[in-house]
Ligand binder design. Structure first.
Ligand code: PTJ
Length: 245
């Protein structure tokens, strides 16, 4: 914790999130580009009022309904999410029975090792990503290299803060992709099966809360949520709200 930021500062929460990323950067978990990506995210967070808006709540429910129905759900972890929500990622993976897999865009073996170690220090028992023994077709960068027993064979993949082309490639492989992305215009947001336009620091805790609430619902209700959902319409609603500011 940085003693320079007083708790009564009006931007306290936002500044503490920055602090977590800077600390993650210094620890070798977050890459330089991750700091830039966070700046873009912050700008969109302003535009939605730095709170979970109704369309995001709806998408979060659909995402949880999809994860509850999954035979093999996997949560993809990158540098930013590891720095911001490691406890929550571990909590969600345990609650839902999903594997955690470290998968980086700006990949180095050293950073993969550090993130795996970091997640384990936060309670994860098993983390995939060290052995990338399968390849997502149609992708030429490092993120294409995934674990055969993890992302490659998953039916539902949660991809927070993703880059667009892999999300599209995973969707093309027939997987259900759940993105968390504050930018409703990004290629990730546009190509995911379900897009949660919310800050990852709110979205993952919301998912954890919903798992318990929704687990007890009749399967027919969960199925209705999944099949009646229209991601394009949800994104249009988010953009409409931003334009109204
Ligand atoms: O750790 P690595 O190497 O896998 O790299 C991670 C980054 C994030 C650098 C990499 O995936 C990347 O370059 O992502 P992009 O293409 O910049 O996309 C990141 C998206 O996440 C952007 O659309 C941002 O608006 C959004 N974003 C940033 N911070 C948050 C966010 N969305 C939700 N919550 C955030 N806190």
């Amino acid at each position: 914790m940085n003693a320079m930021i007083p708790k009564d500062h009006p931007r306290y929460e936002s500044l503490m999130i920055r602090e977590k990323l800077v600390n993650g950067f210094k620890a070798g978990i977050v890459c330089t580009e991750g700091l830039i990506a966070h700046g873009r995210g912050e700008a969109f967070d302003y535009l939605i009022g730095e709170k979970t808006i109704e369309p995001a709540t709806m998408a979060t429910k659909v995402a949880v309904a999809a994860m509850l129905a999954a035979k093999h759900p996997v949560i993809s972890v990158n540098g930013n999410t590891a720095a911001l929500v490691s406890d929550e990622l571990v909590g969600l993976s345990e609650k839902i029975g999903a594997q955690l897999e470290v998968n980086l865009f700006h990949k180095t073996e050293e950073r993969v090792d550090k993130i795996i170690h970091h997640l384990k220090a936060h309670g994860a028992k098993d983390v995939l990503g060290k052995r990338a023994d399968a390849h997502i077709p149609g992708i030429s960068h490092e993120r294409a290299k995934v674990s055969k027993e993890g992302i490659y064979s998953a039916d539902v993949v949660l991809v927070p803060l993703e880059d667009g082309d892999r999300c599209e490639a995973l969707t093309d492989m027939g997987k259900k992709t759940i993105a968390i992305d504050l930018n409703p215009l990004s290629r990730t947001a546009q190509t995911a099966s379900v897009t949660i336009v919310d800050n990852v620091v709110r979205a993952i805790p919301n998912m954890i809360k919903l798992v318990d609430e929704m687990r007890v619902l009749p399967e027919s209700e969960l199925e209705h949520m999944r099949t009646s959902y229209d991601n394009k319409a949800m994104l249009e609603e988010v953009i409409r709200r931003i334009k109204m500011i």
